[in-house]
Design a protein around this ligand. Sequence first.
Ligand code: NAD
Ligand code: GDD
Length: 319
Amino acid sequence: MKKAVVAGAGGFIGHHLARYLKTKGYWVRGVDIKEPEFEKTSCDEFLLFDLRYWENCLQVTKEVDEVYQLAADMGGIGYISGNHAEIAKNNILINTHMLEASYKNGVKRYFYSSSACIYPAYRQQSADVLPLKEEDAIPAEPEEGYGWEKLFTEKLCQYYQEEKRVETRVARFHNVYGPLGTYEGGREKAPAAICRKVALAQENSEIEVWGDGKQTRSFLYIDDCVEGIYLITQSNYDKPLNLGSEELVTIDQLVEMVAKVAGKTVRIKHDLSKPQGVRGRNSDNSKLYQIIGWKPKYTLMEGLQRTYPWIATRLSQRT
Ligand code: NAD
Ligand code: GDD
C-alpha cells in the first residue's frame, strides 16, 4: 500500500484530494493547522501541525512514498492583494521546509500546488486574453507576494529535481471551486462569493460584483482538479503544467449562470473600488493533454449545479 502525506488536508483541495487518494487505495496522513471545516477527514491519520516550522515538516514527512504539498496562506484576490508580506513569509517557510524535509526523509515523489498567479501581468491585460501557456511564465511579472513566492518555489522544485534530491511535480491551478470550499470570511474566490451573494439575495434585488464585470476567468471544478493532481504526480513529466479549465467567461456571465442555477433574477451593482486582479486569464491545456492525455470533464454550468446548492443549503441552515 502506498503512503502519502497531504499537507493542507484541512483545506478545500487538500480535503478532497485525501478522499480521492483513499479511493485509490492509499494510506493517507493529513496535516494542517486546522481540521476540515465542513466534513470529517478521510485521512487515516490527521496531525495538527504548523508547517512553517522545520521540526514539524521533518516529522510529518517520515516514512511516506509521496508528499502532496497544498498547505498555504491563500485566498481570493481580495485576500492575496491585501496581505503580501504575511503570505509571502508564511508560504516560503512552509514550502522550503517541506521540500527539504521530504528530501531528508527520502520521499519518492513530491507534488507542489502552484498557481496561475505566477503568470506575468503583461500577458493578462485584456479580457479577450490569449490562453496562458507554460512557457509564458518568463520573463516574470507575477502577482505581488503570493505569485512571486509560488514562482520561486517552482524554481526550488526544479533545483531539487535537477540535483536528484526529490522527484518533483508541479501544477499551476487556475481558480478552483466546488462544494466544501470557503464561501465567506474574506478568503473566498469569485465562484463561491457569487453563489453566496445570489443565495442571500431576494428575488430581483441587487448584488455587489467587484469590478465592471467584464473581466474574464476560467474556473476548474474540484473533482477535475484532484484527478489532475493525481495524474500529474504519477506522470514522468517534471516541469510545471497548467491545471485549469479553458472555458473563459466574464464575471457578469458567471453571475448570470449562478442566477440561472438558483432560479433567481438578480440585478448587478458593480463596485470599481474592490480588488480586481488581472483583466483576463485563461488556461492553455495543450501541454497537459499532450503529457497526461486527459482533459477536465466538468463544464462551468455542471460545476455550479453542484456547488451552488451546497452553499445555499449551508446558508439556509444558519438562518
Ligand atoms: P485552502 O486555504 O482551503 O487550503 C490551504 C490549507 O493550508 C488550509 O487548510 C490552511 O489551514 C493550511 N495552512 C495554512 N498555513 C499552514 C501552516 N502554517 N501549516 C499547516 N497548514 C497550513 O486553499 P486551497 O484552495 O485548498 O488551496 C490549496 C493549494 O492550492 C494552495 O497551495 C493554494 O495556493 C493552491 N492554489 C489554489 C487555487 C484555488 O483556486 N483554490 C488556485 C491556485 C493555487
Ligand atoms: N473574490 C471575489 N469576490 N471576487 C469577485 C467578487 C467577489 O464578491 N465579485 C467579483 N469578483 C471578481 C474579482 O474582482 C476578480 O476580478 C475576479 O472576480 C476573480 O476573483 P477571485 O476569484 O477572487 O481571484 P482571481 O481569479 O483573481 O485569483 C484567484 O485565482 C488564482 C488562480 O487562478 C486567487 O484565488 C488566487 O489566489 C489564485 O492563485
